[in-house]
Design a protein around this ligand. Structure first.
Ligand code: WTA
Length: 648
């Protein structure tokens, strides 16, 4: 974040007390903090009882093998049964689980009884392929109901899913499939994007062409476009799934049985396969969805606008809401298709009461204009959520006023792929909210802001955000790389035993937490985590590039934008810039396409050869260049700047 927006954050002084009617009916009250502090394990045991267990655990937490936790030791449950069947058994089979809205306006209402039939058929289909508990299944699908059926069918069979965002390139998909050694890939012929059918299977074909572990590719027909077909490997979803029996007996698995792997960017090397397990994960997503969103399953219509390719889609579209028996909207398309009022039209159409989205979209709505939401009836809304990056106070206030009608509480939820569920957030009806602050760890969660030495800073002080107590939905490791797991999260404050989140944070005078962005080389672009090294390796894989350095520069809409500095090989000139931007999009995916590629003669390096990204960020953000005394050659910055001036 820029210094400007930081000081703006810290100068924010407005607070919004909970409205009394909301507080009186809220799912939680202030007493939850004290109750959880008094008996943490007892508190989490009570949260676990939100779920149906086939057999009870013997102890709540085993931390003897830290940092690998075991929660609800010896307990057994089936995650899909908890998200589907038990609601039907409780008499809610006719309740709509998923109100699906296609981009072009085709709609499908799926009740919990329908969901049980669809998930059972899908589970029978996957079992017929010989897949067994513990096997990995890769899923790259658009936001269609089959994506949710597939995830839940995996959970039902104890298969470990690895969902890969639809925008990732074949190369990115291949490395994830290989790393997890997936036996099956589930994909679709194509996907609708801004009114057009874009290919999907063509990409997945390229990705798995030489993945030895893949035995079958299961293909959902969505766009009806022509696809290449590999006999013996490829199977149509409608051929395999539709004819299966619509009943399936769920088996109970151990609380620590792996549920999914989700890849996320780290500071170095390949993306990390974050591993989540069953009982603790489901407990915390169900609890947080109940407490933070104040869900009333009988009357609420909930909508989380994330994609299932990200953790928010896993925890707050699939597992949390369905475990709680929610009715939710799932939307296939982009927010501006076919027009910029699409989200507001959907809120009005379905009477959405809870809306959970990302700051980048809120800022986009601000840019499109206040008159667009004003043209719709948004009076059904009663709670708003934000996730993915720090929300600047201007966007928060706009969200409250123009979407929330100045009445809806806003929950700014801080968490990560690794934490699995929300960790820091206001509680609606309890907390007086402050625009831009995620405020306090939830009841049962321990978080603090510490200095370099691991000592907690005082009110007004800043430093690193750490999590000081294990939590049920914590990651259980990085797939296939235990050393990297310890090194990445647990070595920075090893003596204290803290989990290092990688985020900077600050306390205000009241002790509320303000998140200040990443402190490592991970960028946050439209709420998506992308590492600088990933983009740098994509750039140097192009024959024109000799060397590359990438920084995240403040961007008014996307939070950060990717700015790349490249040194070209001899004989190349700046006309190659467009080619390089496309090359990165092809290597990683369109979300990683640099906003700018600047051709430079040199890169600023320390004597030990480390690139000083801080100085490059100064250039990218049009600031005076900071302290250059540690540069090996202090004239480099002048050389870079003068070259850029003549180029522009
Ligand atoms: C950032 C997304 C400030 C943070 C759920 C974190 C936030 C990273 C917030 C995780 C928030 C997420 N305020 N920053 N409310 N929510 N972040 O793994 O830097 O995609 O470390 O998980 O997003 O991103 P991830």
């Amino acid at each position: 974040m820029t210094t400007d927006s930081l000081s703006n954050l810290m100068d924010e002084r407005r607070t919004f007390a909970p409205e009394s009617g909301f507080a009186a009916a809220a799912n939680v009250d202030a007493g939850w903090y004290a109750a959880a502090d008094a008996d943490r394990e007892g508190f989490w045991a009570a949260q676990a009882r939100r779920l149906s267990w086939a057999s009870e655990w013997s102890n709540v937490l085993d931390w003897s093998d830290a940092p690998v936790a075991k929660w609800f030791v010896g307990g057994k449950l089936n995650v899909a049964y908890n998200c589907v069947d038990r609601h039907v058994e409780a008499g809610h089979g006719d309740r709509v689980a998923i109100q699906w809205e296609g981009e072009s306006g085709d709609a499908r209402a799926i009740t919990y009884a329908d969901l049980r039939r669809e998930v059972s058929k899908t589970a029978n289909a996957l079992a017929s392929l010989g897949l067994r508990a513990g096997d990995r299944v890769a899923i790259q699908l658009p936001m269609i109901p089959e994506a949710i059926f597939a995830m839940l069918a995996c959970a039902r069979l104890g298969l470990v899913h690895s969902v890969v965002f639809g925008g990732f390139s074949p190369t990115a998909l291949r490395s994830r499939v290989d790393d997890a050694q997936a036996r099956l890939l589930i994909t679709s012929d194509g996907q609708f994007r801004r009114g057009k059918a874009a290919p999907m299977k063509a990409n997945t074909d390229e990705a798995v062409a030489d993945c030895a572990s893949i035995e079958h590719v299961l293909v959902v027909r969505r766009t009806g476009s022509t696809v290449e077909w590999t006999e013996g490997r490829d199977l149509w979803w409608h051929d395999l799934v539709d004819g299966q029996s619509d009943t399936h007996e769920p088996e109970a698995f151990d609380a620590e049985h792996p549920l999914f792997i989700l890849y996320t960017s780290g500071t170095t090397g390949n993306p990390k396969g974050i591993l989540h397990t069953s009982g603790g994960y489901l407990t915390q997503v169900a609890y947080t969805h109940h407490a933070v969103f104040d869900l009333k399953p009988e009357s609420d219509v909930y909508w989380c606008t994330a994609d299932i390719g990200w953790v928010t889609g896993h925890s707050y579209i699939v597992y949390g809401p369905l475990a709680n028996g929610a009715t939710q909207v799932v939307y296939e398309g982009t927010p501006d298709s076919p027009h910029q009022g699409r989200h507001f039209e959907i809120i009005q159409k379905y009477g959405v009461t809870i809306y959970y989205t990302a700051p980048t979209l809120i800022r986009t709505f601000m840019k499109w204009g206040d008159e667009i939401p004003a043209g719709y009836d948004l009076s059904s809304l009663r709670l708003l959520g934000s996730v993915g990056e720090p929300i600047n106070p201007e966007a928060w206030i706009w969200y409250r006023k123009h979407i929330g009608g100045d009445r809806c509480p806003i929950v700014d939820t801080w968490w990560q792929t690794e934490t699995g569920a929300i960790m820091i957030s206001p509680l609606p009806g309890v907390t007086s909210t402050k625009p831009g602050s995620a405020q306090r760890p939830l009841p049962g969660i321990g978080a603090r802001v510490v200095d370099d030495a691991g000592v907690e800073v005082g009110p007004g002080g800043g430093g690193y955000l750490v999590l000081d107590k294990p939590w049920p939905s914590m990651l259980r490791g990085i797939w296939g790389d235990e050393e990297r797991f310890r090194e990445t999260y647990w070595s920075r404050f090893a003596d204290e035993g803290f989990y290092f989140a990688g985020d900077g944070a600050k306390y205000d005078a009241d002790g509320d937490i303000w998140l200040l962005g990443r402190v490592d080389d991970v960028m946050n672009v439209s709420g998506h985590r992308i590492s600088t090294t990933e983009v740098e390796s994509a750039l140097v894989s192009h024959p024109s590039v000799a060397e590359a350095a990438v920084v995240g520069a403040a961007d008014p809409t996307t939070g950060q934008g990717i700015v790349a500095f490249v040194i070209l090989r001899g004989g190349q000139d700046a006309s190659v810039v467009g080619v390089l931007r496309d090359h990165v999009a092809k290597e990683i995916g369109p979300i990683a396409k640099p906003r700018q590629v600047l051709v430079v003669p040199e890169l600023p390096k320390t004597r030990s050869g480390k690139i000083m990204r801080r100085l490059l960020r100064d250039i990218a953000e049009n600031r005076a260049v900071g302290d250059t005394t540690t540069l090996a050659d202090s004239s480099v910055m002048a050389l870079i700047s003068s070259g850029l001036n003549t180029a522009s």
